[in-house]
Design a protein around this ligand. Structure first.
Ligand code: NDP
Ligand code: 3PG
Length: 484
C-alpha cells in the first residue's frame, strides 16, 4: 500500500481506496513527447487485478447508489475546488505528458473544474416523472407509473490521450451523479494526468471502490476489461479503429462511443473570409490538430479559394511552433507514428498534384502546420483523419458538390458553414450528415452541456452533461394499479 506515486515517480492504481502497485511487477515508462524527458512510470495491471477491481466496484456501487444525490453533488463540488487549487501543478504535468501548450493545459483543467460543478448541479436537478395510464387508448386513470432513473452499475470509462483530464472527467462525473461506480482506463500516454484527477476525486471524499483505475496498454489488457462480465456500460472516446473493435467484442454491454472525425468547413462565396480564416486556423491547428473536432478539410469554390488561401497562409505563418513550455500552438505530436503518418499524407497529396502552400517540414515528431490547396478526392488526405496540423483545401463547383463531398466521408462528427446568408446556412445544415453543424464558427465540442455526438464512423450515443447522465442511467418504472 503506497500513495499515488513514490519518490521515483512510479504511479499506482487506485484499487478499493488504496493506491496499489501491480503484483505483475511490470511498469511502463512515460516520457514527454516535448523533449523525451522522463514523466513517470505507470503500472501494467494483470487480469487477476482487473477481476479484483471489478469485485470491489460491485460493492462500492451498491453503497454509492444509496448515498443521497445532494451528498454525491457535494463531493463533486469539493473535487472541483481541489482541482482548481491544484491547477498549476496538474496542468504542468499535463503539458509535459502530452505536449499540450501551457495555456491549453490550464484551460483543460479549468474546463474540468466547471464540468464537475455543472454536472453536480445537473444531477441535483434531475427529476423523475409520473405518467397516467389514461393517456393511451384503453388505459385508465387508475393506473399510474412513476418513473425514475437508476444507475447501470459499473461504468468502464476509457479515455484518449488528447484530453486525459477533461475526457476522463466528462465520463466519470456524470456516471457518479447517476449512482454508478467507475473504473477508469486512461490512455497510456496521458495516464499520469488522469491519475492526478482520480486522486482529486478520492481526496474529495469518494468512498472506496466507487472510482478505481486500470493502467496498462490497451492492446494488452483492453480486450479483457471490455469483455469482463462485471462491466455494465462502456463509455469510450478514441479512434474509430479501437471503437469498432470494442463494439464487436463487447457482447450486449451498452456502449457510448465518441470516435474519429473529418470535420469539414464549408466556406460560401458570401462569407466574411477574414472571420472564416481566423476560425479555421484556430480550429485546425490548436493542439497541433490532435482534436477529434479539429477542422480537417476546407471545401470551397474557385471564386473565393485564392483569397482564402492568402488569408490562411498569412495566419498559419504566424503560428508559434515548438515547445509547449514556450506557449507554442503547434507542438511535437504524441509519437513518431503520428508524425510519420502526417508526412505520408502530405507527400501522397503532393505526389498526386496538390499544391503545397506552407509547411511540410518536420523535426523529430514536430510537424509544422501545413496547408495543401487543390486537394482532390483521389488523395488520402481528402478522407483520412490526420490528427496532426495538416489542412487540405478541396475546390468544388458549387455548394451542392461541397455537401456531397462533405457527406461522402465515412465520418460524421461536425461541420462548419461560413456564410452571411442564414437561409443558405440553414438549408446546408439540414443536408449535412453530422452530429452538429456550426454556423459561422469552427467545429468544437463545447459548451459541455450541449449534446456532443458523432454519426456514421464518428460514434454512437450522445455526450454532454445531462445527456451523459441519461446515457449512464436507465428508467425504472413502478406502476401502481388502484383497485376499487
Ligand atoms: N469524438 C470524440 O469525442 C473524440 C475522438 N477522439 C479520437 O481518438 C483518437 C486519438 O486518441 P487515441 O488515444 O490515440 O485513441 P486510441 O483509440 O488509440 O485509444 C483510446 C483509448 O483506448 C484504449 N485502448 C486501446 N486498445 C484498446 C482495447 N483493445 N480495448 C480497450 N481499450 C483500448 C487506449 O489505451 P492505450 O493508450 O493504452 O492504447 C486509450 O485509452 C482520434 O481518432 C480521435 O479522433 C479523441 C478525442 C475525442
Ligand atoms: O478530443 C477532442 O478532440 C475533443 O473531444 C474536442 O474537444 P474540443 O473541441 O473542445 O477541443
Amino acid at each position: 500500500m503506497t500513495g499515488l506515486c513514490n519518490e521515483n515517480f512510479i504511479y499506482n492504481n487506485l484499487i478499493n481506496g488504496q493506491w496499489t502497485e501491480s503484483a505483475s511487477g511490470d511498469v511502463i515508462t512515460i516520457t514527454s513527447p516535448a523533449d523525451g524527458s522522463f514523466v513517470g512510470k505507470i503500472q501494467a495491471i494483470s487480469k487477476e487485478e482487473v477481476d479484483e477491481i471489478v469485485r470491489y466496484s460491485k460493492a462500492g456501487q451498491s453503497q454509492w447508489a444509496a448515498v443521497p444525490i445532494y451528498e454525491k453533488a457535494a463531493i463533486l463540488y469539493k473535487a472541483a475546488a481541489l482541482l482548481e487549487e491544484r491547477k498549476e501543478e496538474i496542468s504542468d504535468i499535463l503539458m509535459m505528458e502530452i505536449a499540450k501548450d501551457k495555456k491549453s493545459s490550464v484551460s483543460e483543467v479549468k474546463r474540468t473544474v466547471d464540468f464537475l460543478r455543472f454536472t453536480a448541479d445537473a444531477g441535483k436537478s434531475l427529476e423523475g416523472i409520473a405518467v397516467s395510464g389514461e393517456n393511451f387508448p384503453g388505459g385508465s386513470r387508475n393506473k399510474m407509473s412513476y418513473i425514475k432513473r437508476i444507475p447501470l452499475g459499473t461504468v468502464l470509462a476509457i479515455s484518449p490521450f488528447n484530453y486525459p483530464i477533461n475526457l476522463s472527467a466528462s465520463k466519470i462525473a456524470p456516471a457518479l451523479m447517476g449512482g454508478n461506480a467507475v473504473i477508469l482506463k486512461p490512455a497510456t500516454q496521458g495516464a499520469i494526468s488522469a491519475l492526478h484527477l482520480v486522486k482529486v476525486l478520492q481526496d474529495a471524499g469518494l468512498p472506496a471502490g466507487v472510482i478505481q483505475t486500470v493502467t496498462g496498454k490497451g492492446s494488452e489488457i483492453g480486450d479483457y476489461i471490455v469483455t469482463h462480465h462485471g462491466i455494465d456500460f462502456i463509455n469510450f472516446t478514441g479512434s474509430t479503429e479501437v471503437g469498432r473493435h470494442i463494439s464487436q467484442i463487447s457482447c450486449m454491454t451498452p456502449l457510448l462511443l465518441e470516435l474519429g472525425g473529418k470535420d469539414a468547413a464549408l466556406v460560401l462565396e458570401d462569407a466574411d473570409l477574414e472571420y472564416a480564416a481566423d476560425n479555421i486556423v484556430e480550429g485546425a491547428f490548436s493542439y497541433s490538430g490532435q482534436r477529434c473536432t479539429a477542422v480537417k478539410r476546407i471545401i470551397t469554390t474557385d471564386k473565393v479559394a485564392d483569397q482564402l488561401v492568402t488569408m490562411l497562409k498569412a495566419r498559419i505563418e504566424k503560428l508559434s511552433v515548438g515547445d509547449p513550455r514556450n506557449s507554442a500552438v503547434v507542438t511535437p505530436l504524441i509519437d513518431q507514428k503520428a508524425a510519420d503518418f502526417a508526412v505520408f499524407l502530405t507527400q501522397d497529396a503532393i505526389d498526386k498534384g496538390a499544391e503545397l502552400i506552407v509547411g511540410n517540414k518536420r523535426e523529430g515528431n514536430l510537424v509544422y502546420p501545413t496547408l495543401l490547396d487543390k486537394v482532390t478526392v483521389d488523395m488520402e488526405i481528402a478522407w483520412k483523419e490526420p490528427f496532426s496540423p495538416i489542412l487540405p483545401i478541396i475546390r468544388v463547383k458549387n455548394m451542392d458538390e461541397a455537401v456531397e463531398i462533405a457527406n461522402r466521408s465515412e465520418y460524421g462528427l461536425q461541420s462548419s458553414v461560413f456564410t452571411k446568408d442564414i437561409n443558405k446556412a440553414f438549408l446546408i445544415a439540414e443536408k449535412l450528415e453530422v452530429g452538429t453543424v456550426q454556423i459561422n464558427n469552427k467545429t468544437e465540442r463545447g459548451p459541455d452541456h450541449f449534446p456532443f455526438l458523432g454519426v456514421k464512423a464518428s460514434g454512437m450515443g450522445t455526450q454532454g452533461v445531462r445527456y451523459s447522465i441519461e446515457a449512464m442511467t436507465r428508467p425504472k418504472a413502478v406502476t401502481i394499479n388502484v383497485t376499487q
